[in-house]
Design a protein around this ligand. Sequence first.
Ligand code: ADP
Length: 466
Amino acid sequence: MSLLFRSLAAIAIIVAAAAALALYVSAAAAVWWLGIVFVAYAVVQTLYMVRLHHWSSLPRNRPLPAGIGPWRPIISRLARFVRQETDTRNELGSELERIHAAVDRLPDGLVVLDRYDHVLWANDAAEDLHGIFGTRRPIHHFVRQPEFARFLQANESGSTVRVQLPNQPGRTHELRLHRTQGDQKLLITRDVTNQAKLDAMRSDFVANVSHEIRTPITVIAGFAETLLTLDLDDAARREYLGSILKQSQTMQRLVDDLLMLSSLESGADELQEEQVDLHRLLESLLDEARALSHGRHELSLELDGPRRLLAAPGEIESAVRNLLTNAIRYTPDGGKISIRWRVQDSDGRIAVRDTGIGIPAEHIPRITERFYRVDRGRSRASGGTGLGLAIVKRIMHRHQGRLEFESVPSRGSTFTLCLPVSRLVPDPAPAVQANLPARAGGAEASQAAGSGAQDSGAPPLSAGLT
Ligand code: ADP
């Protein structure tokens, strides 16, 4: 029954009792009855109002007073609301805790600023990065860079500034400002060191490529203009056309190298591995190098390692060819160039040694950088693009190997491709040693197979070719 009906029924019973008293007892008894009921009602109401008032001034978790009569449903409903509110508050509290824990674990610094740029809140990362402690302090007490002050003054939502923070030496951070509701701002600090390096590399790269291309284009344009404007004899025309051809070949090589480097670096192409006959590959590269040298150098090849290698044949060929071309380029006439394939210190090593001009020590750490050359003019004149060693390094990386080099100025250089032993395919044991395991793993097994071949009278793996 609803509270209304129950209250109306109670009033009806009281009035009926008063009427019965007036009819059977006396009118005065009825008035007394009504008076007593009214006073009792007023006392109960007052009592409950006082208790509720007292309850409402206490903390929310105190129990409600128990109710009687019409107060019972009112108080139980109130108790339900209080329970629901407590549950919601607890849920929100734990949700907020989770969010705080997650935000504190973010590597990015987050600071909420009020309209006067005072810190309202900061996560752990922001406290570490900027040394923020406490709240209500101006942010410029913690971030003191002048460029940050200008950036804060500009107050453009979404704007960014890059700064070096004093307690983060060698790193670059980007600060980003967002306006939020009620004139508050969110300041995000992110470590963009890698991004900054990449940006610098990219712009260096574009500048280098433009520079590399501009030189042959200028030469080609100059010769073409001369051919158009001057009336030259046949010999001069031929010479000019030859120069144009040489410059366009330089551009072609540059574009080829750039494309190769970009495809190696994008990593999009999976390594197309297969068993490469390294002996045959090195022999054919030696022939190629001899043709390139035109008899100006003494070339030799030593094959002391297993015949087969698990690798991308095109890439290994390109890496060795680059090293051989450099050796020819940077070795004066009459010099010696040797290729040696062997297993040493758990690596398969293809070493290209020359007795050329060598590389001064201060240049050594940078020679595998793209476009880095010791002598730009000499490299260009001999058709170098400055990308060869960068390509070789990348190829080795794709094969889990590495490029090693050592050089002494005026005495020569040795560039070595080191491939992990897991890429070596042991040679099959010769017939006389058929009782040995056919495919023992590891470098030692490879070497054992190699020396076994020599012992058994098979053709030696080491052959000096000039
Ligand atoms: P490049 O096309 O100029 O040869 P690389 O990347 O192949 O470019 O080589 C980078 C630089 O390293 C060369 O310009 C040269 O100065 C130096 N270099 C490479 N190989 C040799 C070598 N065998 N002897 C001397 N210097 C070398």
